[in-house]
Every structure is written in structure tokens, then in C-alpha cells.
Design a protein around this ligand. Structure first.
Ligand SMILES: Cc1cc2nc3c(=O)[nH]c(=O)nc-3n(C[C@H](O)[C@H](O)[C@H](O)COP(=O)(O)OP(=O)(O)OC[C@H]3O[C@@H](n4cnc5c(N)ncnc54)[C@H](O)[C@@H]3O)c2cc1C
Length: 579
């Protein structure tokens, strides 16, 4: 019998990240995945700052940036009648509007970027295997049973057809949107699968002349009459600038998924390009469905699910892979501490409490973003008729010197601008706050969001929020406040006069066996705060402290020094550890 501490099913963003994190934290783990290799199509691209912070913590940031298309080339979200045809409008996206760019720079040491999933996965999976994960490709999870002490999974070698058991203390279902693990363990799911049908066509074609002057990852093409439902909206999605593309086209979800011939695929491609002479090579064609479903709980006993197994939604807002990686970042340190006997299994329950609300938020947000195309269609007069000729005439009327033309122009500008909620929702990506037993409250109420919580990042050190990023300096080197935290350990941050907290952290660490790094920030301290930005961000006095969890979320906060610092910190840490 093969034995392992953690058996991970799936090598997508969730499974590979979980494996890389567990191996980095020194936890024995085995990963099985169904196919002979990792994702063979680009799928997820948008890699947000929170994900890049995880990659930075894993030491993989530079490798990711080497393969990523940079943020500057992601900046225009174009609506048009075809790439060669008329442009209907644009919205600045993914942190490229100057205001948004500034907010991105202020929020994180990392840059958001466009990194196709088939390039991200080998980086993370490679790190996992290099650091200790034992991986078995072409190996399919079949079933499992769990008891008091562990889980016995049956897997099948797809080359020999032979089935065999693997015994683990915990089983991770990171097996994607059709998760067998989630189904077998009976996770309570809410919502609907198969809300709409999509066809993916991956092509090689040099489209520079249509796009290089308005660089973007997405070009939305509206062609009335060319598709189910009449409106006919297709997407030309950059894979690599500007020679590899993913074309997304709809199919009627009430019919079976179509067999897509190369001839049909090319007809769609040429219609969206709007020009027939560009050489196009179709690389692959596949179909997928838009889903609106989330798990209300992510675990049952010793089985924990993550990623698309728990949250299934369309690619709008680019949140799928990002959220999957954050699931892993949340669970990995908890599982490591439990397996090392430093925390009780109660700590693992906080995974549900912390991640399930975010999964629901992400699923709802991504689906809402689809519905927010409606006002664009309405402004163009596409919803008042089903006749393609009338639709085209209505679109044309936006250019007329008439009250109706002016109204259409105004409404179209507003409707396109509103799409920032899909293409520049920095707050959706960055503002997560956790409420669970793995956070020790400090008695202060949760700070309200002063500006739109979906659009704008608003940092705070309120327990349960993410550690704010500011630039510090240490040994003549710039470093982020995030760089002093993470790495699988707790970090206590204080400043001048906070010696009592440092003593308390050392004692708590000795008592629990949990590593707590201590860092003072201020003049003459471990790290300098040259711009005074940390003093502004920390929301505590010099002699207060923050206890940062290994996933860089605040676990405990004290506003000032305390005569009972040791007892306060020990109580907070023990409650986080589920003791
Ligand atoms: C067209 C498109 C565009 C997208 N764009 C974005 C984007 O820009 N940003 C973003 O964040 N997300 C995006 N997504 C979503 C993203 O691809 C998913 O959310 C992400 O892949 C989920 O990761 P995962 O690890 O949970 O699952 P998956 O990536 O689906 O991985 C599941 C893994 O489990 C394995 N597996 C399945 N069943 C078994 C079994 N029985 N036994 C063993 N192994 C099994 C599979 O082989 C695979 O390795 C997009 C998706 C699509 C379709």
C-alpha cells in the first residue's frame, strides 16, 4: 500500500499550488492526475496581484514573469463589429488606467499579468515535484473511503488499467469543475451547471495590424444575426501577442455540444477578424459550458476540496485560477501545522468558514459580469428587435445627428465604462477578509469600505484582513512588508517600545513549537520605514503589534503595548491553532 500524508487529486492551478506549498512547508504529499501531462490549452490567463504574491512567497514570481505577457499589453478592452471593422468603444482595463495603475502599484509589490494556464502549471507543478511532491501522471482517482485515522483512495493507472489503493491522512479534491471527489464526498452545492454553451477555437494568426495599436487581452465582436439568439457576440482572446489567439463563440445550451469542423471554426474566425486573407492555422477546438455553482462547504471529514471543484463560474473577471490558488494558500499552512502536531484539526474547519463565502462571491460576480453586457446591447438597439437587419440599422443610428443618435452614444459610453466591474475590479481581487476561529478579533468593528469595495483595494490591519503592502528598507535593500511575512511561518510585527510583544512571541513559539519570526519596523529597527508609509498603514501605535498568519492575513492585532502581552499573544495563537 502506498502511504502519504496528503493525497492531492488534480494538477491544475489548485492541485499544483497545494502540492508546491505543502512540499515547501515540508509536508509529505502525493499528487495524482488523470492525463499524461498538465493543461494542454491556455484556459486561465489573468493572474492577479494576490496570486503573484503567492508565487513571490514560493520564490516563483520571476519565473512566472518570464513567461507572462506584461500588464502594459493588457490595457484596452475593445468592443467592435470585427477586428478589421468599426470600433464601438473601449474601456481601460487590468490596472492600465492611470488612476488604477497607481492603485495597483500601491497595493502590492507584484504586477498583475497575463499568464496562460498551460505555462503557469509547469512552473508550479515543477516546483512541487522539485521540492518533494511525488506525482503520478495518467493516474485517475476512482473512489475513496475514510475512517477515523485517514482516507483510502482507489486510483487507476490509465496506461496499464490497473487499480490500486493509496492511503493518506487527508485527501484533497482539486479535480476541477466536474469533481468526482466533491461528488463522492457529497459537498452541498448550490446553483446551476450549464447556463450557456461556448466553443473555444485556438488559432495561430498574426493579427498585429488590427490590435497592436490598441493592445488588449480581449476584443469583443458584435455581429447581429451571426449566432444563436441573434446578437452574435464573439471574443477574440489574446494567448500570445499578437500571433496566438483563443476565439470564443457560443452554442445553444439547449442542444447537445456541437461537433465543430475545421471549416466551421475557420468561418467563425474569419467573421470575427472581418477579413479573409489573413493566414489562420486552427490548433484545437473544444466546447465548455458556463456554470453558476458553488459549494456551501468545502470539506467533509478528512476530505477537502478546492478550486473549480468548489466554485464553478464563467471566465469573466478572470477569477477562476486565482481563487483556486488562494484556496490552496489558505489550507496548506493549516494542514502543515495539523500534520506536524502543532495545531488541532479544528484549525482546518476555518478553511470552510474563510473560503466558502469568497467562492460564492466570485461565482456571483463572474455571472453578474455576463449580465452587465446587457446595457451595451440595449444602447446599440439590439434588444428591441430580433431582426438582424434592424439590429444593424440600430447600431448605425448611433452615428446620426439626431436625439436618438445622441442618446445611443451617451448610453453606449456609459455601458462600456461600467464594464470596469469585470475588467478592472481590483477590490474583488484584493479586499478579502476572513471571519473564522483562525482569526483572534481585537474587539474593533470591521472597517466599512469608504469607496466601492468591488473596484478599489482598501487595505486595513483589522484581524482577518490581508497584511497591507508598503515598501520598506533593510540592509540597503528595498523590500515589501509582505516579504517579511509568509514562508510558512507566523510573523510578529512591532516597532519601538514593542519589546514586550517580541518576548511574548518567543515564549509563545517555544510553548507551541510554532515558528514566529519577529520584525521591528522603524528608525534603527530591523527594517526602516523610509517613506513613513508603514506608520500610516499599520493602524496601531509603535508599541502595538500584528501577528501575521503564514498566508499573510492578520491573525491578531494589539493597538499598543500590554502588561499582559505574553498571555494575550498566547491566548490568540492558541485560539488560532484550535487549542
Ligand atoms: C476559456 C477559459 C478562460 C479562463 N480564463 C481565466 C482567467 O483569465 N483567470 C482565471 O483565474 N481563471 C480563468 N479560467 C478558469 C480556470 O481555468 C479554472 O478556474 C482553473 O483551471 C481551476 O483550477 P483547478 O485546479 O481547480 O481545476 P482544473 O484546472 O480544471 O484542474 C483539474 C485537474 O484535475 C484533474 N482531474 C480531473 N478529474 C480527475 C480524476 N478523476 N483523477 C485525477 N485527476 C483528475 C485534471 O486532469 C486537472 O489536472 C478560465 C477558464 C476557461 C474555460
Amino acid at each position: 500500500m502506498i502511504e502519504t500524508d496528503v493525497l492531492i487529486v488534480g494538477s491544475g492551478p489548485a492541485g499544483s499550488s497545494m502540492a508546491a506549498l505543502l512540499s515547501t512547508y515540508g509536508v509529505n504529499n502525493t499528487l495524482v492526475t488523470k492525463y499524461r501531462w498538465l493543461s494542454d490549452t491556455p484556459r486561465a490567463h489573468i493572474t492577479n496581484q494576490r496570486t503573484m504574491e503567492v508565487m513571490r512567497d514560493l520564490g516563483l514570481e520571476q519565473q512566472c514573469m518570464l513567461y507572462a505577457t506584461g500588464q502594459k499589453l493588457m490595457g484596452n478592452n475593445v468592443f467592435c463589429t470585427s477586428l478589421a471593422g468599426e470600433e464601438l468603444g473601449r474601456v481601460a482595463t487590468w490596472g492600465n488606467h492611470p488612476h488604477s495603475f497607481a492603485r495597483h502599484r500601491l497595493a502590492s509589490p507584484c504586477e498583475m499579468n497575463d499568464l496562460p494556464q498551460n505555462l503557469l502549471e509547469p512552473i508550479v507543478f515543477g516546483a512541487a515535484c522539485g521540492r518533494g511532491t511525488r506525482a503520478r501522471l495518467s493516474t485517475e482517482y476512482v473512489s475513496h473511503v475514510q475512517d477515523e485515522t485517514g482516507v483510502t483512495a482507489t486510483v487507476r493507472d490509465r496506461m496499464s488499467g490497473e487499480s490500486y489503493p493509496i492511503r493518506a491522512k487527508y485527501l484533497i479534491g482539486a479535480d476541477g469543475g466536474n469533481s468526482q471527489v466533491a461528488a463522492d464526498v457529497g459537498l452541498p452545492m448550490q446553483g446551476k451547471m450549464g447556463v450557456a454553451g461556448s466553443i473555444n477555437i485556438i488559432i495561430e494568426a498574426d493579427l498585429s495590424k488590427y490590435v497592436a495599436h490598441r493592445p488588449s487581452v480581449l476584443y469583443w465582436v458584435l455581429q447581429p444575426g451571426s449566432n444563436v439568439g441573434g446578437i452574435g457576440m464573439g471574443v477574440v482572446r489574446m494567448v500570445r501577442p499578437w500571433k496566438e489567439w483563443l476565439i470564443i463563440w457560443g452554442y445553444d445550451i439547449n442542444q447537445p455540444a456541437p461537433e465543430v469542423s475545421e471549416e466551421f471554426a475557420k468561418s467563425v474566425v474569419y467573421a470575427l477578424i472581418g477579413e479573409q486573407t489573413v493566414p489562420v492555422k486552427v490548433k484545437s477546438v473544444s466546447t465548455w459550458t458556463v456554470n453558476h455553482m458553488h459549494a456551501q462547504e468545502y470539506s467533509r471529514g478528512r476530505v477537502f476540496c478546492m478550486g473549480d471543484a468548489c466554485h464553478r463560474h464563467p471566465p469573466s473577471n478572470g477569477l477562476g485560477s486565482n481563487t483556486s490558488i488562494q484556496d490552496a494558500y489558505n489550507l496548506a499552512w493549516k494542514m502543515a501545522l495539523v500534520l506536524k502536531g502543532k495545531a488541532t484539526p479544528k484549525l482546518l474547519q476555518s478553511y470552510n468558514a474563510e473560503r466558502a463565502p469568497i467562492g460564492k462571491q466570485v461565482v456571483d460576480r463572474a455571472n453578474k459580469s455576463i449580465s452587465e453586457f446587457g446595457p451595451i446591447f440595449e444602447a446599440l438597439g439590439l434588444l428591441s428587435t430580433t431582426d438582424p437587419k434592424l439590429m444593424k440599422a440600430n447600431m448605425e443610428s448611433r452615428k446620426e445627428a439626431t436625439p436618438l443618435g445622441a442618446e445611443r452614444r451617451q448610453k453606449l459610453r456609459e455601458a462600456i465604462a461600467y464594464k470596469v466591474y469585470e475588467f478592472d475590479a481590483h477590490g474583488v481581487e484584493m479586499n478579502h477578509r476572513y471571519r473564522s476561529d483562525a482569526v483572534a478579533p481585537d474587539g474593533t468593528p470591521e472597517p466599512a469600505f469608504a469607496i466601492d469595495a468591488e473596484l478599489f483595494h482598501q487595505p486595513t490591519t483589522w484581524p482577518g484582513a490581508h497584511l497591507p503592502h508598503v515598501w520598506l528598507e533593510k540592509d540597503h535593500k528595498q523590500l515589501s512588508s509582505l516579504d517579511i511575512a509568509g514562508k510558512g511561518r507566523f510573523t510578529l510585527i512591532t516597532s519601538i517600545g514593542g519589546e514586550g510583544w517580541i518576548e511574548a512571541a518567543k515564549r509563545a513559539s517555544a510553548d507551541t513549537g510554532v515558528e514566529i519570526a519577529t520584525v521591528t519596523i522603524g528608525p534603527g529597527c530591523d527594517a526602516e520605514d523610509p517613506f513613513g508609509e508603514w506608520a500610516k498603514a499599520r493602524e496601531i501605535a509603535d508599541d502595538g503589534c500584528l501577528l501575521v498568519r503564514p498566508d499573510t492575513y492578520i491573525g491578531f492585532r494589539a493597538h499598543s503595548g500590554s502588561p499582559t502581552a505574553s498571555a494575550d499573544l498566547a491566548a490568540a495563537l492558541n485560539s488560532i491553532l484550535g487549542k
